[in-house]
Design a protein around this ligand. Sequence first.
Ligand code: XIL
Length: 332
Amino acid sequence: MDTTHIASLRSLAKKRDVLIGAAANWRALRTDYAYREVLAQEFDLLTTENELKFGPLSPRPNAYDFGPAEELVDFAQANDMKIRGHTLLWHKMNPDWLTENNFTRHQALELLHKHIFTVMAYFRGEVYAWDVVNEPIHDNGGLRDSFWLHTIGPDYIEYAFRWANQADPNARLFINDYGTEDLGTKSDSLYNLVKDLLRRGTPINGVGLQMHLSIADSQDFVKPPTVQDLEENLRRFADLGLEIHITEMDVQIQNLSGSMEEQLERQARVYEDVLTVALRNPQLKAFVLWGFTDRYSWIPKATGRPDAPLPFDEYYQPKPAYEALYRALQAA
Ligand code: XIL
């Protein structure tokens, strides 16, 4: 580590009363000492990258394996980090036994109830915030198809929040999505959805904006929002009384032209702009990266191309993006 960094990101974030986090996975935590060191040193919030998704958690009906998630929770607690539980409901990474059976609406509601209570009760008091519903909005603005939507109907979302609140009344409950960072159809839909949920008295505490960004063209990924759009979007969610978490930030540089140095500088600017704008909003309570080292980023696998989307390189050296986050926190 560069010795000019006398502080860590987490110590700077603490002064601003915001949590700074990273998604972490069990495999890396188990096998990589440097990974554990940097994670605990720089971050005070840990999101479970895959270990609490329904499929990995319950590959067979009526059986849950909490082992890997527990190891992440234990690590976080040992290092005085809070936990973001990701995620109770999603359209992806569900167990085959769930999606390949023809459950009725009634059965699906029972399964939903059981899943939420089983998982949240197990970690009651240990998980600070849950992504109760992940990626519920389709890119066209409608509700996204999923096992839950087509078996239960649109009210699966409200059921999920109400049961989550019963299962752990102290947990902060979030709805989380991507492509909802700027102003536009998708983000309007998310806004209208949460506004409606609130109007109906649904216990929802906050909105998670994933912030998976790509600077150059990459089909399925979101362009960095303009500073103005982001600011206004955060303001309207905050005005509803909701907390805001940036939940999964990474910034792809694949397909960019220019030297590696220039690419990394551009990437750093995106990180700095997003964190700076987010910190201006008093409802911003957590800022989370999707990983922290390029060594284990999901992006190369997801896009099929090499990339370097995170603030630490493969050898745990801080990149310009790290300096950018550091500066943004210092300035806040
Ligand atoms: C990703 C993980 O990082 C990968 O390891 C896994 O193969 C697929 O899921 N949005 C989300 C996360 O909400 O759960 C996804 O995580 C990345 C996109």
